[in-house]
Design a protein around this ligand. Structure first.
Ligand code: SF4
Length: 392
């Protein structure tokens, strides 16, 4: 999983294979590491411990206690990791049915020598048998389901695991699985040894060499630039993002629905980029004294707040105000915080009958979104006219 010290790590392969100069351009730009990344690291640690206890007989009590004491831990996380361990158990049972001596490796460090210079990574879990090599990658994020099909990162892990074990097993196929418990998503792709090695030789190796040398063309795109650390300062990305603003629209002067669709499609990436430029400039101005002509750093707006709530309550009570007047009514924790406290499954069992999901406000999304289209005003009018004609 963590491969953050390699210039060409597997997790960034989708980017550096598409935009080969990106890896060198990112060098020196610190990876700030978000709360979500820290949460993912903790979940991986717990998953690793559970697997080591089950498959290596390790005594994990102290390490598990330490993980549970982390403020980012929740019962929900524990349940998700139990699910991960159960999934690996199933895969291992499957391996035992096929092979007499399957072996499981947990947090296995692999390198990609001969294909990617000075690169290495850590595979979350791999199960080796004759015929099939199973590579399982745990992703704790809850953004979007990630597909294992055509997934460069998974192929590189598959390659690394194959290189590590092909001397001992007659591996014919490599099965790559992304397990995303929070999205209830399991995505699997399988390649033959020949397919994977041909991809590695013909596509991975030349792109990795270009990336290592910092050569090749910049190739901006929404998914390519999304997690690039150079995104706020990269000119190619700036030109790509700003192309929309420069677009010459044809007569008539008002945008057509198709042109509005084009703007809507590009908006999320454009807004993300604008935010990343703003965050980069603020950090550079505050922490490195950089100056951006026409801008200055000022103190942001703030709201007054109490320094000692008990003291204020005491004073107001003495002044004759009642408890009910000066305190807010007690309030239950929100759903997310409550699930974190009780555990998602247990909370569902205890209180599921009292939870509803109200209708959401209408929102515009791409046609590919899985939600069914709403009966909008125009459609409602159409339906009304149809019904009216049928009735007459
Ligand atoms: S921001 Fe995009 S175009 Fe620029 S280096 Fe990164 S991936 Fe390449």
């Amino acid at each position: 999983m963590p491969d953050r010290h390699a210039l060409l790590g597997p997790s960034g392969a989708h980017r550096w294979m598409a935009c080969t100069p990106s890896a060198r351009l990112e060098t020196g730009i610190p990876d700030k590491g978000s709360r979500f990344a820290k949460e993912g690291t903790l979940a991986h640690r717990i998953g690793e411990l559970l697997l080591r206890r089950r498959w290596e007989g390790a005594d994990i009590a102290a390490a598990l206690d330490e993980a549970h004491a982390d403020p980012l831990y929740s019962d929900g996380m524990g349940e998700y990791m139990d699910g991960y361990a159960a999934f690996v158990e199933e895969r291992m049972a499957d391996a035992k049915a096929r092979c007499n001596d399957p072996r499981i490796f947990i947090e296995q460090r692999v390198s990609f020598e001969g294909y990617i210079p000075e690169s290495f990574g850590t595979a979350d879990c791999l199960i080796v048998t004759d015929d099939l090599l199973d590579v399982i990658d745990l992703k704790y994020g809850q953004g979007v389901p990630v597909s294992a099909e055509n997934n460069e990162q998974m192929r590189i892990y598959g390659l690394g695991c194959y290189l590590e074990w092909s001397w001992a097993y007659e591996i014919k196929s490599i099965r790559m699985t992304i397990y995303q418990p929070r999205l209830d998503s399991v995505s699997t792709a399988t390649m033959t040894r020949e397919e994977l090695l041909a991809w590695a030789e013909n596509e991975l190796k030349p792109r990795a060499l270009l990336a290592w040398e910092g050569k090749g063309d910049f190739c901006p795109g929404d998914s390519t630039c999304r997690w690039c650390r150079a995104a706020p300062i990269c000119k190619a990305n700036r030109d790509y993002q700003m192309a929309l603003a420069r677009e010459d629209f044809e007569d008539p002067p008002c945008m057509t629905p198709e042109e509005i669709s084009e703007v809507l499609k590009r908006l999320p990436a454009l807004l993300d980029w604008a935010e990343s430029v703003k965050a980069y400039a603020l950090d550079a101005a505050i922490n490195y004294g950089d100056h951006f002509p026409g801008f200055k750093v000022v103190e942001g707006r703030s709201n007054r707040k109490y320094t000692d709530e008990d003291a204020i309550a005491g004073i107001l009570r003495k002044a004759g105000y009642k408890v009910a007047e000066i305190y807010k009514p007690r309030e239950l924790l929100g759903l997310t915080a409550m699930e974190k406290l009780v555990g998602k499954k247990k909370f569902g069992e205890l209180a599921g009958a009292y939870i509803i999901k109200p209708e959401g406000a209408p929102t515009l999304v791409p046609e590919s979104d899985r939600r069914p289209a709403l009966n909008t005003a125009a459609k409602a009018a159409e339906d009304f006219n149809d019904n009216f004609k049928e009735d007459n």
